[in-house]
Design a protein around this ligand. Structure first.
Ligand SMILES: [Zn+2]
Length: 282
């Protein structure tokens, strides 16, 4: 019996050693070999930098405003069709009327959602100043405000109309309310950034970013960069010019942690150096 338990103990240790080796191999595998492309900084002061971010955001702002206008047009058409101000071949009893205004309402919703996402993107490329709280709120919640404009008039006009029959009024009001809620929720910027926050991050010498990402990183071995081979590198001002307006949260936490550790013990900071052996027992 004693022999068996000893064997079991030995195989258990072997199994654990094998597991550790496999985990180490897997960890090494996820470490990507990056390639770096150095990007030059264009701006030399705050005004120049803000001019570049404004220019970066402009196409998105214009597209958002155009789409919001189109959404309002769809809403007006939906109202006109609901009240039969636009003549189709449909009769009043024909459900084609319902389908027509419902389709317009869906088009209205689609435009509002896309416009809001473009607006959020433009705000991330060119954040508004938080100096004026009201202005900052309106700027970041313009999508929510315009969602109200895109659906509330439709709902109010339908509910206050005396001529339309009760059933189609109820359907229209519910459809309008659902569209309003969906549009409003999808227009919220859950992670807004202010111009001040952006400028605060604009003084780091060497940072890294990817072509498709939305943030820049202080460390090229950040876990968020594990799946990207091609990295762009430059100053954080250059990253902002490239549309990456904020520092990655993981890198920020790590920088703070390292600064704290550096303050406590300056020499015990090199994790590569401490090659502690996994086989502790002889
Ligand atoms: Zn990072």
């Amino acid at each position: 019996m004693a022999k068996t338990s000893k064997n079991e103990g030995a195989s258990e240790a072997a199994r654990r050693a094998l597991e550790a080796a496999t985990a180490k191999k897997a960890a090494e595998k996820t470490k990507v070999q990056h390639t770096y492309t150095q990007v030059g900084q264009q701006s030399t002061n705050k005004e120049e930098l803000l001019a570049i971010t404004r220019a970066n955001a402009r196409p998105y702002r214009i597209a958002a405003i155009v789409l919001w206008a189109v959404a309002i047009v769809f809403e007006l058409l939906a109202i006109l069709i609901f009240f039969h101000k636009i003549e189709f071949k449909f009769t009043t009893e024909n459900p084609g009327w319902t389908i027509a205004w419902l389709v317009l309402l869906v088009l209205d919703l689609a435009c509002v959602i896309v416009a809001s996402r473009l607006w959020v993107k433009s705000n991330h490329l060119d954040p508004a100043s938080a100096a004026n709280k009201t202005k900052f709120w309106i700027h970041n919640n313009l999508g929510v405000i315009l969602s109200v404009f895109a659906f509330l008039p439709f709902i109010i006009l339908i509910l206050t109309n005396k001529e339309a029959d009760k059933k189609s009024k109820t359907i229209a009001a519910i459809a309008g309310a659902v569209a309003l809620v969906v549009a409003g929720l999808s227009s919220v910027d859950y992670n807004p950034i202010s111009q001040e926050e952006m400028l605060e991050a604009a003084d780091i010498d060497t940072v890294f970013w990817t072509a498709s990402g939305t943030v820049f990183h202080a460390y090229d071995d950040c876990s968020h960069l594990n799946h990207t081979v091609e990295l762009l590198t430059g100053t954080s001002t250059t990253a902002i010019e490239a549309g990456k307006t904020r520092l990655c949260k993981t890198c920020e936490a790590r920088a703070l942690r390292e600064a704290e550790e550096g303050g406590a013990a300056a020499d015990s900071q090199e994790p590569e150096q401490t090659q502690d052996t996994t086989a502790a027992t002889p």
